[in-house]
Every structure is written in structure tokens, then in C-alpha cells.
Design a protein around this ligand. Sequence first.
Ligand code: IPE
Ligand code: IPE
Ligand code: MG
Length: 251
Amino acid sequence: MTESLLPDANLPLPRHIAVIMDGNGRWARRRSLPRLMGHREGVKSVRETVTACAEMHIDALTLYAFSTENWGRPSREVTGLMRLLRNYLVREVEEMIENDIRLVAMGRLEQLPGTVRKALDRAMAMTAHCRGMVLNLALSYSGRTELVDAVQRLAAGVARGEIAPENIDEAAIGSFLYHSELPEPDLVIRTSGEQRISNFMIWQIAYAELFFADVPWPDFRQPHLYAAIREFQRRDRRFGLVPGAISEKAG
Ligand code: IPE
Ligand code: IPE
Ligand code: MG
């Protein structure tokens, strides 16, 4: 990779990058392979993306790995995905610690098989002291179920008399979302050429920059990540204001 293809060192990087990792099945189908081979190849892209983001000192990287809707896929595919996920968590934890990466997860984690839950809990505990990048895995996740969970907790607070309805504002709602301590994503990347959000962080990405990469996830590697960030650096984020009025907010 030549120097010119790196993100511009003089411009801000996104603080939080969120990735909709799509296109594993089509990658495999094009090679007449079973879909699971695409998911397996996709793990290599996960490794490369995680390492590259940690090296750039990105604050947070969220990877959409499995949606609540994905439970409806054929059971063989779901089982294979869960096995890959467990293996990833077991094998990568040392590397995460070396790279000072703290692992967290969001979604209906109680729906994951026990073996995955165990590996996830162990990896999160073993990296809890890390202070570099936060790697947030969206597992059994959907933006709408996240809002349902948030509204239920908010309503419980109201019922207990701890929250007055008139005090419910954007910040209050945001505080009930999963990992509300993380900055909102500045950049959302979706691979595979599909241009949709598929129920991903629908509250938090209200003002995110969207980048759609034509390559399927297994082909998405460091040069594609750098290209997405360079494109982000060229965007003019206005947050509904006029040009030049928002530099402190965008930084
Ligand atoms: C993304 O690839 C991985 C998951 C959703 C788990 P897909 O499996 O959706 O691949 P395509 O979109 O069918 O090609
Ligand atoms: C989104 O991809 C979910 C993940 C990447 C985990 P999907 O393949 O499930 O989404 P649709 O079906 O194309 O909307
Ligand atoms: Mg897909």
C-alpha cells in the first residue's frame, strides 16, 4: 500500500466506525462453494479490519455480525455461524489483549447458544482492562429490538416514579440504548453493494456518513477500509447547519 492511499493524517478520523458486514453468501455462491465458506472467509476480513482500526487508534468499531432476523436462516447456516463466532472469540482474545482492544457486545445476548455466551463472557472479562479501541459486536441485534428494550426500561423508571415523562429527552432515550457510553457512529460502512440499513443502530446513525462498498465482505480488506475513511474525510458534515458552523461538532 502506497503512502497516498492512507487516510489523510491532517484530517480527523471517524471516532466510531460501524460496519454492516454483508455479502458472504454471494461471495461463496460465485465460487460454487457453500455459504458457510463465505462466512469463514469473512472472518479474515474481520481480523484485518479490527487490526487496522486499532492501529489507527479509532475509539470504537462496531461490527454487525448477526441480526435478530438472521435467526430465521436455515438451521445449518445458523449453527455454522455460531461455531465460527465461538472459534473467533476463543482464538482472537490474546491478539485483542496485545492490541489493547476491549471487547463488548450488544443485542439479545441471552439468545446466543451457551457455548458462544461462555466464550463471549470470557473474552469480555479478559479484555475488560484494555484501554485502546473498543470492539463492539452486534449479536442477535436489531435496532428496533434495541429501542423496544430501551423503552421498556424507560417505562419501568417512569412507573417507579424515578423519571418524569416531561424529562424524557433525546439524551434520556440515548442513555437507555446498548453501550450508550460509546460515541455515535460517524461512519457506517456496508459491503456487498446493497444500499440499506437492515435495522442497524437506527437511532445512533441519524447523522452518520454512509459508505457503500461494492465488494462482498470477504473481499473487504485494509485498502477498502482506508478508501472508506478517505471518502469520510472528504465529506462535508453539516448536521443541519450551514457550512463552517459545525467544525467543533464534526471533530
Ligand atoms: C453477511 O453475509 C453475514 C451475515 C448476515 C451473518 P450474508 O450471509 O448476508 O451474505 P449474502 O448477503 O447472502 O451474500
Ligand atoms: C445485515 O445483513 C445483517 C448483518 C450483516 C449481520 P443481511 O444480509 O441480514 O440483511 P438484508 O437481508 O440484506 O437486509
Ligand atoms: Mg446479506
